[in-house]
Design a binder for this molecule. Structure first.
Ligand code: DQA
Length: 148
């Protein structure tokens, strides 16, 4: 079973970007943690990032062919993108919405998610540790044990 971990705009700058909010881990560190978690869970993982809304839609469409589910940190597109919401509905892929920060404890415009209602669940506020948690939750949702 293969899972996609998909990251949206500005997440390529993790480590340098507002570390007080998003932590000191780089996206490469997070990818390494995801690969380690995937191995422990007995699944394959594909890891991708784009700053472009349409490229994220394309990645979801492509995942339909060979991935069983998606961990999606859509960044700011979470709060604005009907296109991403429609792509999740259109593909029918189970998606775990993920945020490093607790978006509900931040500005009001971050409280609303366009994609939460079409996601199987949301993990927010646990920093980089949220990624392995999301992979485990996705595997459990898909019928695996979610345990090593
Ligand atoms: C984020 C939260 C979003 O509100 C923000 O636009 C991001 C990162 C997070 O991981 O906490 O880019 O998705």
């Amino acid at each position: 079973m293969k899972l996609l971990v998909l990251n949206g705009p500005n997440l390529n700058l993790l480590g340098d970007r507002e570390p007080g909010i998003y932590g000191h881990e780089s996206l490469a560190d997070i990818e390494a943690a995801c690969r380690e978690a995937a191995t422990a869970l007995g699944v394959d993982v594909e890891f991708a990032q784009s700053n472009h809304e349409g490229a994220l839609v394309d990645a979801l469409h492509a995942a339909r062919k060979d991935c069983a589910g998606v961990v999606l940190n859509a960044g700011a597109y979470t709060h604005s993108s009907i296109a991403l919401r429609d792509a999740i509905s259109a593909t029918g892929l189970p998606v775990v919405e993920l945020h490093l920060s607790n978006t509900h404890a931040r500005e009001r415009f971050r409280h609303h998610s366009m994609i939460a209602a079409v996601s199987v669940g949301v993990i927010a506020g646990f920093g980089a540790a949220g990624y392995p948690l999301a992979l485990q939750a996705l595997v459990t949702h898909l019928g695996g044990s979610g345990k090593p």
